[in-house]
Write a protein that binds this ligand. Structure first.
Ligand SMILES: Cc1cc2nc3c(=O)[nH]c(=O)nc-3n(C[C@H](O)[C@H](O)[C@H](O)COP(=O)(O)O)c2cc1C
Length: 191
């Protein structure tokens, strides 16, 4: 079974990670969820979802999801010897982006990103902030040069979205495409 780590931070837009996690579970991919303390607060504020309660609900339907403790450096995913296929940080705050680009591993989310980098595993970062200052841009460039995919949650409009869900699905579909996971979340150009 494929294993993917989904990191969630306190940037705006956890609605994207909620949709991504649902899709990964449907596709029978094992999902490790790591959310920062601010990530949980912003998620509750924006979506009214309590992450722990939501994951517990999901567990009654799927047995391939684990909510990690952000402070647990003894977790399997903290070690390079634990094989996961990819990590996606969605949405990624500028604070977490700065920590990762400077090699800080002060919580489990940043540690797993550091593991992905040192083990040359797939790492996708969806940074969210606007406008961007030069520090943000330099941090993204630094990580891009290390092979990280910088995939900002920027929905296109050429698929003529009608609902908020259409916009969310566009971004999540782009992420699944980037992971080479088949999906029909948005109509591909000239498909
Ligand atoms: C409602 C809300 C929305 C926020 N949106 C963003 C954002 O889009 N991007 C960002 O970098 N920070 C955003 N922040 C600030 C981060 O939550 C803050 O910098 C936090 O320290 C990030 O910590 P974390 O990376 O550990 O989650 C937001 C804060 C709040 C309360």
């Amino acid at each position: 079974m494929k294993k993917i780590v989904v990191g969630i931070t306190g940037a705006s837009g956890s609605i994207y990670s909620i949709r991504l996690i649902q899709e990964l579970l449907e596709k029978k991919i094992y999902v490790h969820v790591i959310c920062t303390e601010n990530g949980k607060k912003v998620m509750k504020y924006e979506t009214a979802l309590d992450l722990e309660e939501w994951v517990n609900e999901l567990k009654s339907k799927y047995n391939h999801i684990k909510l990690e403790d952000i402070n647990d450096m003894f977790s399997g995913v903290a070690s390079g010897s634990y094989k996961f296929d990819a990590m996606i940080i969605l949405p990624c705050s500028m604070g977490t982006l700065a920590e990762i680009s400077n090699g800080l591993s002060r919580n489990l989310l940043c540690r797993v990103a550091d593991v992905a980098l040192k083990e040359s595993r797939r790492l996708i970062i969806s940074p969210r902030e606007t406008p961007l200052n030069a520090i943000h841009l330099e941090n993204m460039l630094k990580l891009s040069k290390l092979g990280v995919t910088i995939l900002p949650p920027m929905p296109g409009f050429y698929h003529k979205p009608k609902t908020l869900e259409d916009l969310v699905d566009f971004v999540v579909g782009k992420i699944l495409d980037s992971l080479s996971i088949e999906n029909k979340l948005f109509e591909k150009w000239n498909d």
